[in-house]
Design a protein around this ligand. Sequence first.
Ligand SMILES: Nc1ncnc2c1ncn2[C@@H]1O[C@H](COP(=O)(O)OP(=O)(O)O)[C@@H](O)[C@H]1O
Ligand SMILES: [Mg+2]
Length: 273
Amino acid sequence: MQTPSLAQPMLRLRDIHKTYVMGDQTVLALDGLDLDIFAGEFVSIMGPSGSGKSTLMHIIGCLDGPTAGSYLFDGIEVAEMDEYELARIRNQKIGFVFQGFNLLARTTALENVELPMLYGKRKDRHERAVIALERVGLGDRLDHRPNELSGGQQQRVAIARALASEPRLILADETTGNLASQQSEEIMQIFQELNDEGSTIVMVTHEPDIGQHCKRLVHIKDGQVLDDEAVPNRLFATNVLATMAAERERELRRKAALASALLSAEPAGGLTR
Ligand SMILES: Nc1ncnc2c1ncn2[C@@H]1O[C@H](COP(=O)(O)OP(=O)(O)O)[C@@H](O)[C@H]1O
Ligand SMILES: [Mg+2]
């Protein structure tokens, strides 16, 4: 019986290959990739489009298997797990936040978060869903459907859904992709809080300033790890958001001063003095 320990990585990938065969064409998406990720890490996978980032995330998430190579989750070879064990890992140990949100359209935020927990036979799924939505700042949007929410709010519903079952590992693929910078910061703030509380997070982004919020950057190219480094000057979303708010305030003051200067310059007659 293998038990997780501090010395043992949570995820250990060795010489991972993944080939996709389409007709007579073969694509080598991962080409001998090695990676260790320990509990408590906050890793950003970066790299150009087509470099294999999403393929890697699917393998890490046990949604797809490698063509060759070894992948140990908590010391256990994933390829040797049966369907039941795989489902248990996906449902209880991993929270997924993938591109396009995958929210059900005619379904409220609350139901979207509750649904995946139906499979886990969780009796407290309603309470957990409410807590998760409050956690991401949507406690007042429980009954809204996706089309009644902004892009950033929909993304936060997807995060609430991922964290409601309190997974040890959160996987996020291009989560901030189509969001405005303030919304992206709000998402990163949630991730940083979750990581501070002990969640291990692996996310994919192609935006360098988003990667700066993580603790470790893994650069991927042509299906291999090109570079692996600690984040030198880490950004903290709470600080970035405070700076953004201060800038908005300054801008508002500047406009107010301009408006009042224009008013006082108005020729007599136009205004009462
Ligand atoms: N399901 C698939 N079938 C065939 N080829 C795929 C499939 N998924 C990805 N690929 C190919 O594998 C390579 C890596 O893709 P992907 O992992 O999605 O890269 P990234 O997320 O870094 O943009 C690309 O060349 C892509 O076209
Ligand atoms: Mg991708």
